[in-house]
Design a protein around this ligand. Sequence first.
Ligand code: MN
Length: 401
Amino acid sequence: MRFSAVSPYNAVAKASLPEKIVIYDSTLRDGEQMPGVHFTLEQKISIARKLDAVGVHQIEAGFPAVSEAEKDAVKKIASLGLGADVLCLSRALKQDIDAAIECDVDMVLLIIATSDLHLRYKLKMTREQVLDKAVQAVEYAHAHGLKASMSSEDSTRSDMSFMAEMLSKCEQAGAARLGITDTLGCGGPEAIHYIISKMNEKSKLPLSAHLHNDFGLATINSISALGAGAEAIATTVGGIGERAGNVSLEQFVMALKHLYKRDVGIKTEGLTDLTRLVFESAKLPLPANQPWVGPNAFSHESGIHVAAVLSCPMTYECVNPEEVGNRRRLVLGKHSGTHIVKSRLDEKGVSASQEQICDIVRAIKRAGEEHGRVSDEEFWTIVKDVTGRPELNPDCLEKKG
Ligand code: MN
């Protein structure tokens, strides 16, 4: 079904995005760095397999330098024979790169800070020392036959010319990809566009962006990065990660697919299951209003919305819930109207007069005002009460049609 072809939703000119778009998912690395989150080896393997099954192109499996167990997990995931490339994080240090070599990953994600703040208070290094270390790290990986991507940490607060110098030197030293990171999530779409555009002018290599969500702009920043010519975007499932988290895989993929008409090969119908697996493994509650994958993403309670959705779901859903593996829920509560009651009764082949339906709605509204959502069980208790038919038992009633 197609409606107006000239609505803003359909007709506004789209940013031109590059031919190739790569998703490198960091749920197992930055996602696990979310305070309080820990995945067991078994959970990591399940998550890696599921990421692979939905079609994520690259999996950042961990940071081997963290611990022996972390290194073993990365090694194990790299040996699963997944379709996705397996990557791992590494500081610009020989021992970190040795661990990546031992894990036999497809590419190592090297990172070194370029902001003066990080140089002074974290690395306690001069710019010259950072340049040397970065170049040595790339050369070392390169000499050992390991593909290396080099990213500047805290790019959005770095002196652009120094950051560009570091990355250019790494390109000359044999890096396979260059990355910028909005480590603090403090760049807006224009800043991200500017940095990537400038790097694109200087470099022939594919560029990546690792972006945080502190201002809630991670998704639009990722689109902005692509618009400026970045190729690879780091995501995490449900946007989990340090502080306010990262670019959410689901939001990024669905925005590309629907707002920019770009299919990047992700089997979107697996996204809700994948998110549930990650949140359960992380012992995190999945927010009800999580876009696409949350329980409320396709829930409707208000009488006006429910009546319209029963007539045509597109009135209040711009995507079919099955497309992301979620489902529609028509919820009973204080905002309910007659349509949902009629539809529930019809489903079970129960007839009621218009007056009874109005009484049922009134009782639902009262219950909803007392305690919020009205359960199925409560609904049928109300129906029995109002109709005076205590024998009604929804489990035994035939589904009509
Ligand atoms: Mn990060």
